[in-house]
Design a protein around this ligand. Structure first.
Ligand code: HEC
Ligand code: HEC
Ligand code: HEC
Length: 207
């Protein structure tokens, strides 16, 4: 090889690496942006009710201030540290699928009125629970390591949950409001025929 073409190869490599880094970095930020609670709760109005119910569920605010957002529970691996390339690729596919399903729902107008959203819940809720049952509540377990549950004041609870380690368990069968609490939003819709303003979710008496 002449020294000129050697330099050519060298610069091509350098440019390739730089472009690669920029593309990966922007993928990571787009993925984070599109997985943020802000994106999920404000981008589509069809999520207004779900977001309200999430704010009234058990994870949007907690005694310790450590919380769980949409992606933590709804996307594969998010809580299970998607650091390996394979896990990260799976996460990208899961996100693409979630986005696609939402987009189709949006186009078909599945959630175009609050009443339709409530009616569709039978279907959407089942889909979520089936997915979670399918991976044995991997996302819940990613944060709640049942082996390490400990509550000095209520030792029985931790003891009881030890029985669910490595066993197929439906967490939300018992923890119905872990993700979302629909009680107030459904009542509001029945009365007002529209979604309540999201910022009112925490105005009512503390839950
Ligand atoms: C702590 C876990 C958790 C978090 C955080 C969470 N969800 Fe859920 N989500 C669930 C579970 C469990 C279900 C099924 C039971 C139910 O409907 O509450 C569900 C159901 C849903 C459904 C289908 C039912 C419906 O009402 O249409 C949608 C859509 C949804 N979640 C979107 C979201 C969005 C958007 C966020 C963030 C604002 C979010 N979730 C945050 C656990 C969670
Ligand atoms: C991103 C991490 C994360 C995920 C995912 C997660 N949780 Fe939690 N969960 C928490 C934190 C943090 C708390 C509050 C602990 C505290 O403040 O003491 C909590 C609290 C709880 C509580 C106690 C609530 C109360 O008010 O006493 C239950 C029950 C619970 N989670 C069940 C679940 C279930 C079921 C799932 C899956 C649908 C889930 N969690 C997913 C982090 C998570
Ligand atoms: C058969 C019912 C049942 C199942 C299944 C179940 N739990 Fe619980 N869980 C309870 C009860 C009862 C409590 C105590 C009251 C409460 O906090 O709701 C509790 C409490 C908790 C708490 C709060 C602990 C504390 O000390 O405040 C967390 C976190 C939790 N469960 C997570 C889970 C996760 C994650 C799963 C699935 C792997 C699960 N639970 C499955 C019944 C259940």
């Amino acid at each position: 090889m002449s020294s000129r073409s050697k330099w050519g190869v060298f610069w091509l490599l350098v440019i390739g690496i730089v472009v690669g880094i920029v593309i990966s970095a922007s993928t990571v930020s787009v993925v984070q942006w599109a997985g943020s609670d802000k994106f999920c709760t404000t981008w589509c109005h069809s999520m207004d009710g779900v977001a309200y119910a999430w704010k009234q569920g058990q994870h949007a605010r907690t005694p310790t201030g450590v919380t769980a957002g949409c992606s933590d529970c709804h996307l594969l691996n998010e809580t299970n540290h998607p650091l390996t390339p394979v896990a990260y690729t799976q996460l990208l596919f899961a996100k693409a699928e979630a986005g696609f399903v939402s987009l189709i729902g949006e186009i078909k107008g599945n959630y175009s009125t609050p009443e339709k959203w409530i009616e569709r819940r039978k279907v959407t809720e089942k889909r979520v629970i089936d997915t979670m049952t399918g991976n044995n509540f991997k996302n819940c377990r990613g944060c709640h390591n049942l082996e390490e549950m400990y509550d000095a004041k209520k030792p029985m609870i931790a003891q009881f949950h030890k029985g669910f380690i490595d066993k197929p368990t439906n967490c939300v069968q018992c923890h119905k409001t872990a993700g979302h609490n629909y009680k107030e939003v459904d009542a509001y819709i029945a009365e007002n025929k529209k979604f309540p303003p999201l910022e009112d979710a925490w105005k009512a008496a503390a839950k």
